[in-house]
Design a binder for this molecule. Structure first.
Ligand SMILES: [Fe+2]
Ligand SMILES: [Fe+2]
Length: 501
């Protein structure tokens, strides 16, 4: 196959397709293009997948099928920037819009849903740089018979071997029921926590790109991700908290939003809010700082103190966030994120910015998100912040500011959920060893005796040490924590305790 099939999205070729009749011709307009082009895409994907299963890539029939598929992909990508196919329960979505099933596209839609499920694929994301050759290789590999075990991992390996770089798959993450049925091994939770955190960070990267390219933000996807985070929090949040404690300096913008979302959902969970509400809080938290995308990097990352005019610019980010949120398709779903963006720098006593008119009610999510926001900010090193607080010191600060900066009741809920030494805190033990907290006890009496993993210079791992374990017939404890220490020097060893290899 030659390069003539290579597409740069943005060029539209209107070659006729015998499988599409005149009624399929799309009327232009922002609300109709997926409704109209979606069924085309699905039919052409179906047709190309069948063709590559019979003929090789150089065959004329294959090239024609791929060429038509590329046409529709490029047409959609020209409007949307990127094309993502997602399976949600029994529905197929393109860029979060449900594909309208007509008589012609019924079988192709059902076929694609079925084939994606068999391979544990929730989402197929086509990047604009894709070529017809790559698309052909992808279809060849994707539609091979799935293996019995690790079907998703094996498929990804084959795609990497076939040099497919511009099509990304997301793994189907089962909801709580699956975790429960599997009797919740810690390894499984670790795996799922790692997957969901990296997917949410990737998603925030996509959001930033969408803003830069003036494309709509996919809010339904944010909701699906936070629902999965809420599922894990309901069972065991310790790995999520460990991952949130790893400070990735280069990806601060994304990781901060994701961490604030996790901490906010943890508070919401402990306050006994219903699952759907917890996920909504998570979404609002993910987008709380969206306005910072409109603040110059030179101000955001300025090492020194901001000048008065720079500070004025910075103080506009809550309002700028509202403008960005209007890129979301449905106004109904952005009401809470709009309020959170606007109010997340307001304090409990009404101070902060933007200046609060007396008649303003604080949005209920704000009480959780402001605490989550400050906790992550205070424990993360930044160019403009010389000193960070250890997590336990940050909790002390939050406790002391209850009633002034923060809702005192919500502050207590957060501290109780995090423990005296939150997961991810680096501590010194009484025998001089350094360790990281990996698990907390819920009982108040054992909060100062969490489970830790010793940190070794060579990065090796021992079995976790339970500091609540007693020796000498229950008269003494094996070891105890002397103090918390700054974790920056131990970042790599600490990360290896939570990140899957
Ligand atoms: Fe902010
Ligand atoms: Fe923030």
């Amino acid at each position: 196959m030659t390069n003539r099939l290579k597409y740069s999205f943005g060029t539209t070729n209107n070659t006729a397709d015998s499988s599409i009749n005149d009624n399929d011709i799309c009327a232009p307009g922002p609300s109709s293009h997926i409704d109209c082009l979606g069924p085309h895409l699905v039919r052409r994907l179906f047709s190309a997948s069948k063709t590559v299963q019979i003929y090789n890539l150089n065959n004329r029939a294959t090239q024609t099928a791929l060429s038509k598929l590329m046409e529709t992909l490029s047409e959609l990508a020209e409007i949307e920037g990127r094309v993502t196919l997602t399976v949600v329960t029994d529905l197929l979505l393109i860029n979060d819009v449900r594909v309208i099933v007509d008589s012609q596209s019924m079988s192709p839609v059902l076929y694609l849903i079925d084939e994606m499920r068999k391979r544990n694929v929730e989402e197929i994301d086509f990047a604009p740089e894709i070529t017809a050759m790559e698309l052909g290789s992808f279809l060849q590999q994707f539609f091979l018979d799935p293996s019995e075990e690790d079907v998703f991992g094996e498929l990804n390996q084959r795609l990497a071997g076939a040099r497919v770089k511009n099509i990304r798959l997301s793994e189907w993450i089962e909801r709580t029921k699956y975790l429960r049925d599997a009797k919740v091994e810690r390894r499984k939770i670790r795996e799922e926590s790692n997957k969901i955190m990296s997917r949410t960070i990737l998603f925030m990267g996509e959001v930033m790109r969408a803003i830069e390219q003036r494309r709509p933000i996919q809010l339904p996807k944010a909701h699906r991700l936070t629902q999965q985070i809420a599922d894990i929090i309901e069972i065991d949040e310790s790995i999520l908290l460990g991952l949130a404690s790893i400070k990735n300096y280069d990806e601060y913008t994304f990781t901060h939003s994701v961490n604030v979302s996790v901490y906010s959902m943890l508070i919401a969970d402990r306050m006994g809010l219903p699952k759907n509400e917890i996920a909504k809080i998570g979404v609002a938290a993910l987008f709380h700082d969206l306005g910072k995308t409109r603040v110059p990097q030179s101000i955001l990352n300025k090492p020194g103190t901001l000048t008065a005019s720079e500070w004025k610019h910075m103080e506009r980010h809550p309002m700028l966030g509202i403008i960005e949120l209007f890129r979301v398709r449905s106004l109904r779903v952005i009401v809470d994120p709009l309020f959170v963006s606007l109010q997340h720098h307001l304090r409990y006593n009404g101070e902060g910015y933007p200046k609060k008119p007396g008649s303003w009610e604080m949005h209920p999510y704000i009480h959780m998100i402001t605490i989550a926001d400050i906790f992550d900010a205070m424990t993360t090193p930044r160019v403009y912040r010389k000193y960070t607080l250890t997590p336990d010191r940050a909790l002390c600060f939050i406790l002391n500011k209850g009633g002034e900066m923060f809702n005192p009741l919500v502050a207590k809920v957060f501290i109780k959920a995090m423990g005296i030494y939150p997961v991810g805190t680096v501590v010194e033990l009484d025998n001089g060893e350094n360790a990281v907290v990996v698990r907390q006890y819920e009982q108040t009496s054992l909060m100062h005796r969490p489970v830790v993993e010793l940190l070794h210079e060579d990065g090796s791992h021992d079995e976790p040490v339970d500091l609540a374990e007693q020796v000498d017939n229950g008269t003494a404890y094996r070891r105890k924590i002397v103090r918390s220490i700054h974790g920056e020097l131990f970042e790599a060893q600490k990360a290896s305790c939570f990140i899957m290899k």
